[in-house]
Design a protein around this ligand. Structure first.
Ligand code: AMP
Ligand code: FE
Ligand code: FE
Ligand code: ZN
Length: 288
């Protein structure tokens, strides 16, 4: 490892809505000069094995996931993302919840497509599902269909208010965030709140909720993320300090579905060591 290791703890592969396969992702991570990369696909661990098998020499892999959660303290409930590291992928309760969420995503995707088709927009669900190639399906896959149909030019445009951002947006059936934090801890994992202050993505939760989550086992907050402004990053850091939570920074790389590059934001080795120390030991760090 280099003197100051470069650590990126949030990336996506084709196991969800990224565009690099898990094997390509770990190779790209090594080529980008990262020492540690976490694979954190939405609601699945399907990328873990292929990433492990392809792990280049010198790269450490943290196996994780980004879990679709919801806070029911407001009406309508607020969607949020929980990163979970080094949990037992065979934990029955967690597996059952992730399976349920993935099925609900398919059902919701099909309903979004039905809404689009009712307005005369010629996108087809079987094609979109095939585009996800067995990975967790999400709006980025529908965005690709809108691009292929020539209706929008970019993914960003597809997430605008006229399309998947508002007009054709439907909620997912996510996991109650308190339940998710407890399930991740019970599975030996370390839960970190992804981009908690990203107002540009939609509604955010109050700091009081984050304090309540810390009380039931939340380990950390992702501060350095492209969807946070400098002021939002500073706020998250200060809040983490108050609550005794660790702070991460990560790219949230999605291949060509987003413009951000691997390693664009990184996590301090001290925070990384804390994640390792808090992990339950079933799923260790894998080194290539
Ligand atoms: P879903 O999980 O189906 O609700 O879709 C959310 C996913 O879409 C996120 O995980 C991002 O990968 C992606 N996404 C959200 N907002 C945008 C945006 N404005 N531009 C591009 N991708 C986005
Ligand atoms: Fe995503
Ligand atoms: Fe996210
Ligand atoms: Zn993500």
């Amino acid at each position: 490892m280099s003197a100051r290791p470069r650590i990126d703890l949030h990336t996506h592969s084709t196991a969800s809505d990224g565009t690099l396969s898990p094997a390509e992702l770990v190779r790209a991570a090594a080529e980008s000069g990262l020492d540690v990369v976490a694979i954190t696909d939405h609601d699945t661990t399907a990328g873990w094995e292929p990433a492990l098998r392809a792990l280049p020499a010198g790269l450490s892999l943290i196996r994780g996931a980004e879990i679709s959660c919801r806070w029911y303290g407001e009406e309508p409930a607020v969607p949020l993302h929980l990163l979970a590291y080094l949990f037992d992928p065979d934990s029955p309760e967690l597996v059952a919840e992730l399976t349920r969420v993935r099925a609900a995503r398919e059902e919701r995707g099909e309903r979004i497509v039905a809404l689009l088709r009712a307005d005369g927009i010629d996108v087809r669900w079987p094609e979109i599902l095939a585009g996800a190639a067995g990975g967790t399906v999400g709006r980025p896959h529908i965005a690709q269909a809108l691009i292929r149909a020539g209706l929008v030019a970019t993914t960003t445009e597809a997430f605008g208010p006229d399309w998947l951002g508002e007009r054709y947006r439907l909620p997912k059936e996510d996991i109650d965030v308190f339940h998710a934090v407890r399930l991740v801890r019970a599975a030996g994992g370390v839960p970190v709140f992804a981009h908690p202050r990203a107002t540009r993505r939609g509604r955010i939760v109050p700091d009081e909720l984050i304090a309540d989550l810390a009380a039931v086992g939340l380990a950390g907050l992702e501060a350095d993320h492209e969807d946070h402004s400098p002021a939002e990053r500073a706020h998250v850091r200060a809040l983490a300090g108050e609550l005794g939570l660790l702070v991460t920074g990560s790219s949230d790389f999605h291949g060509t579905h987003k413009t951000v590059r691997l390693g664009a934001f990184t996590t301090d080795p001290e925070a990384y060591e804390r994640i390792l120390a808090e992990a339950g030991g079933v799923t260790g760090v894998a080194s290539g």
